[in-house]
Design a protein around this ligand. Structure first.
Ligand code: AMP
Length: 214
């Protein structure tokens, strides 16, 4: 099963992808996470990408498309994948269609998480993850049971993304509406777009997604 989750920053694409990974035995492919790994490793690509990401702008389509194409060829993607944060522009969506055709793959679902922009700033600015296992938390909505200790792995170090500050979040939301929102029309014209209410409780959103995926 190959799936795209669409939605603005903070809409829950990452959280829901991780849940669907377990349920459907597919792999989450997050271009943002791939880029953050490049930044952390200090690679040339990472050095190039860091300033762009910190400003909330987009890394070039060529780089992103090459990264996804290589990743999809790896063995763990054979059972299917969830694209999270890609495609983000209409040219990326067009390149994805061509890439899937070349690899004899197809998209089963494109699902949009519908949310209110204003709520996204609070959601994003409060979020953080366990540095050891990546479990997600939030200052207001989801604190660890024991303060400072990860519920999942017992880790005691937590990290926040460099681009999760109010100024960058507003830039990311602006860029989303200018460049990414038109993708919904691209997939709705192809007749494969579905939407769910991304403002609902996390478990309810997961159930809504599962009812579409089947
Ligand atoms: P995300 O983790 O999806 O919020 O992505 C974090 C940042 O990585 C974005 O604000 C962009 O700077 C960059 N990025 C991630 N995916 C893409 C993409 N598909 N195209 C261009 N830039 C991207």
């Amino acid at each position: 099963m190959n799936l795209i989750l669409l939605g603005p920053p903070g809409s829950g694409k990452g959280t829901q992808s991780k849940r669907l990974e377990d349920k459907y035995k597919v792999v989450q492919l997050s271009t943002g996470e791939m880029l953050r790994a490049e930044v952390a490793s200090g690679s040339d690509l990472g050095k190039q990408a860091k300033g762009i990401m910190d400003a909330g702008k987009f890394v070039s389509d060529d780089i992103i498309i090459g990264m996804i194409s290589n990743r999809v060829d790896q063995d763990d993607c054979k059972g299917g994948f969830i694209l999270d944060g890609f495609p983000r522009t209409v040219p990326q969506a067009e390149a994805l269609s061509q890439m899937l055709k070349d690899k004899s793959l197809k998209l089963d679902h494109v699902i949009e998480l519908e949310v209110d922009d204003e709520a996204m700033v609070e959601r994003i600015c409060g979020r953080y993850t366990c540095a050891k296992c990546g479990a997600g938390y939030h200052d207001s909505f989801q604190r660890p049971e024991k303060e400072g200790v990860c519920d999942k792995c017992g880790g005691t170090e937590f990290v926040r993304r460099a681009d999760d500050n109010a100024e960058t979040v507003r830039a990311r939301l602006r860029v989303y509406h200018e460049q990414t929102a038109p993708i919904a029309k691209f997939y709705s014209d192809l007749g494969i777009l579905k939407s769910v209410d991304g403002m609902a409780d996390i478990d309810i959103v997961t159930r809504q997604l599962a009812s579409i995926i089947g």
